[in-house]
Ligand binder design. Structure first.
Ligand code: AAL
Length: 408
């Protein structure tokens, strides 16, 4: 017995020694792997980052050294949302929300948005007659403005479909794309009955003028992945046998950008059996790509392309695509950029970003990474039953001085 115990002890000792390199050895290999880099690090970088000794780089210093040679171009601060005037001012009993981007046509800004009337009853009652969400029973309306502050509501652009059509219950959360003198509105669609398990799709309409008339696609241009399995018949979206892809339940917030000779449809995916994780709801972003604006759109095999975010807010910059990520996920409150429109990296962190941003596509988005965010539209909840569209501004902070102190 004594011999057996001694052998076990000896084997354990050998295993401990072999499998756990001493702290000194690991430090050495860690420093070795940085040897080459250390020689590359300039005195200027060391001075700029305030590093004490370039032979002893903390994880934070290593990350700092990987930052691109940027100032604070991607870092911005947002104003509080301010009310609009005219027809888009708050109106009792009305929901106006999820504004599209603004485009400038005929000397005026144009914006499209979801509009519905009356209070929200939710899912507890008679869903055939009730309004289950503020964005239920919506049509897509549009408005114009000369200064972006005073708005004139022009009327319905795209209405819900006839009974039995894929968009017969609600059309909402719209985006605009102008391409080669044609206008395209892409938007979310729901078919009745609006249950908690109903799948949400994306529709498209096109016109030769921003004032319409709009021709609607006969079929949705994007649908949820079909590989999730509900558990049981009960209307409960959290009960699943299998969750399926990140977009197995809903495809939302579509936004099409012409990019690299193709059309990139960015969207938010909601998953069947959605859970709360360490960053909030399981909300991810994906992209589907087409050769023509009308489609067919093919989902990228790289999806999801973001594991964070909520409403899509994307714009072209410097040959790539920038994306503002809010609300959900571990990388919420960041601006990211992908050189290829797919592989996004964090460029800055932000706070108090407006929700459901309608970008100002009338400005030159190449002036600075965030020039397109200098002013724009957002929505606010006046209360659970009423939402209105507001405007925001943003600024880059370039100095930090005490009262009376001269800046650099
Ligand atoms: C929004 C968007 C989608 C959702 C709802 C209306 O902010 O993410 O449009 O369906 O909320």
């Amino acid at each position: 017995m004594k011999n057996v115990l001694s052998i076990i002890y000896l084997i354990s000792l050998i295993l401990i020694v072999c499998c756990n390199p001493s702290p000194d050895t690991s430090k050495e290999s860690n420093n070795n792997s940085y040897k080459e880099r250390v020689e590359e690090i300039s005195e200027e970088q060391i001075d700029h980052l305030g590093i004490t000794n370039k032979k002893y780089l903390s994880a934070a210093s290593k990350r700092a050294l990987k930052w691109p040679a940027i100032g604070n171009e991607w870092f911005i601060e947002f104003s509080k949302p301010e009310p609009l005037k005219g027809d888009l001012a708050y109106e009792s009993g009305v929901v106006r929300r999820d504004p599209s981007a603004m485009i400038m046509e005929n000397g005026k800004y144009y914006v499209w948005y979801s509009k519905s009337l009356g209070p929200t009853q939710g899912f507890g009652g008679d869903i055939d007659n009730d309004k289950v969400f503020p964005w239920d029973r919506c049509d897509i309306w549009y408005a114009t403005s000369e200064d972006g502050i005073n708005w004139k509501e022009e009327g319905i652009a795209v209405a819900r479909g006839e009974d039995g059509e894929y968009d017969d219950r609600s059309v909402f959360t719209v985006e605009i794309m102008k391409f080669e003198d044609k206008y395209y509105l892409c938007y979310q669609t729901v078919k009745s009955p609006y249950t908690v398990r109903v799948k949400n799709q994306v529709g498209l309409a096109w016109a030769d003028s921003p004032d319409g008339p709009w021709i609607k696609s006969k079929e949705p241009i994007l649908s949820p992945a079909d590989n999730g399995v509900w558990k049981g018949e009960e209307q409960n979206r959290f009960l699943v046998e299998k969750k399926g892809d990140f977009d197995s339940h809903k495809v939302h917030d579509p936004c099409i950008l012409p990019y690299r000779g193709k059309f990139y449809l960015y969207y938010k995916g909601e998953q069947m059996g959605e859970q709360i994780t360490f960053g909030g709801r399981q909300i991810r972003h994906g992209v589907a790509i087409a050769d023509h604006p009308e489609g067919p759109y093919v989902k990228s095999p790289y999806n999801p392309i973001s594991n964070s975010g909520h409403e899509i807010c994307v714009w072209p910059y410097n040959g790539g695509i920038a994306s503002l990520i809010t609300t959900d996920g571990p990388e919420k409150n960041t601006i990211q950029w992908a050189p290829d429109g797919i592989n996004f990296e964090i460029m800055s962190s932000i706070k108090d970003a407006p929700h459901a941003i309608g970008l100002n596509r009338a400005v030159d988005n190449e002036i600075e990474p965030t020039s397109i965010l200098r002013l724009g539209l957002t929505h606010v909840y006046n209360n659970p039953d009423e939402q209105s569209i507001m405007r925001f501004t943003s600024r880059r902070r370039t100095s930090h001085t005490a009262k009376g102190e001269a800046s650099e």
